[in-house]
Design a protein around this ligand. Sequence first.
Ligand code: GDP
Ligand code: IMO
Ligand code: MG
Length: 427
Amino acid sequence: MANTVLIGGQWGDEGKGRIIDLLAERADLVVRYQGGSNAGHEVHAGGQKYVLHLIPSGILHAGKICIIGNGVVVDPIELVHEIRQLRRRGVKISTNLKLSETAHLVMPYHKLLDERREFLKGKGRIGTTKRGIGPAYGDKASRTGLRVLDLLQPARFRKRLKQRVEENNRLLRALGAPALSFEKIARDYLRVGRFLKPFVVNSVVLVNAAVEEGREILFEGAQGTLLDIDFGTYPFVTSSHPTAGGACVGSGVPPGAIHEVVGVVKAYTTRVGEGPFPTEQRNGVGRELQTVGDEFGRTTGRARRCGWFDAVISRYARMVNGITKLAITKLDVLDRMPELKIAVAYRVGRKLLRTLPADLEVLKRCVPVYQRYPGWLSDTTKVRRYADLPKKAQTYLEAIRRETGAPISVISVGPKREDTIYVKNKR
Ligand code: GDP
Ligand code: IMO
Ligand code: MG
């Protein structure tokens, strides 16, 4: 029995949903612990493609309890939409989905504020998903947020909402945005509140009961380590804790209840949105990775920036998350590259750095120090055993393992469940 946190070791979109879908087979519960509908986790299962935003990716396995934990910020309108869409496609969603009563709500003014602030920042924008994530977590920290449990108490909800809309309308007007109608928000939210009521639980008690009973829990991180509000490339980050520690505060389980941390990394690096990205390739290599890897955001459709694998950040991700196992995705995307590079350090002036500098002004000046690897120039998509991978691919993977400092347990060579190589002897 092992409770596992699965996190992204880069800037998001590492293929977390795909790996969760594999690991969920063994798990009893799958718990989302942070983020909101900014996430887009694509899973290919049973010949179908799904993109999950708020609902844990374990939902595609019958019989798994999927929990949206207290640390998630929930746009209830989006959630209802997602439930309906999945049901329409034959996914069973009833008592298998649970929504934490203490999760904070994303409100229409959060989305408008997010949009407006981004617009006003101009060139300095973060490139957010405009899903209201920053303002929703801002209200949570300011102790002015509305929570799922408020939705279930119409009179109290209306009273609190009125005050929140009045304050936010003043803010919106000052920022040049239109004011919102309190009545419309109240009507829309109370309607979805009635729909969501059967899913609402005290998730903290539920998850801890599962811990006591020795049931296997999988915690599904969204975003990635470098987007963590404390450990990422601030301010070009999201507003939550995608790192392993976030699983405790975002679900209520104590640290001792977590046994494994799976770090998912792509065999190269991508980033969507603004902010520093030392190994970015704004050239033919980047375009090739983008095209072959189909690197377009699953939430906003934006093109993802692409570059070489960066072991400085994967090493950092191993450190801050305590990664015990690596899952490496999209190896197949590199099949046609004649040469590959891995950044093992950064050079700033005369200094050589093996760790990530906190100051973005320094990070911006960092020049990656690369190790070069010959490409294998052959198709890996049909390979199912590590030993059957081309020797050059094994050398490349071994370099990722060595430079990151964590053993590889899974390698994916395609988006489908079966396109997977399980690595038994923990290389
Ligand atoms: P997440 O946000 O971390 O769950 O990742 P996304 O779903 O946003 O992005 C990962 C993308 O890569 C999805 O479109 C997956 O279907 C796809 N993918 C995952 N693993 C592989 C792989 O091994 N090979 C290929 N070619 N695509 C993959
Ligand atoms: P998954 O779970 C990649 C990025 C945005 C932006 C920054 C802040 O699919 O890996 P936000 O809307 O959170 O305030 O945006 O974070 N971002 C992601 N990038 N994958 C994600 O989720 C992301 N969620 C947010 O592009 O740069
Ligand atoms: Mg994604």
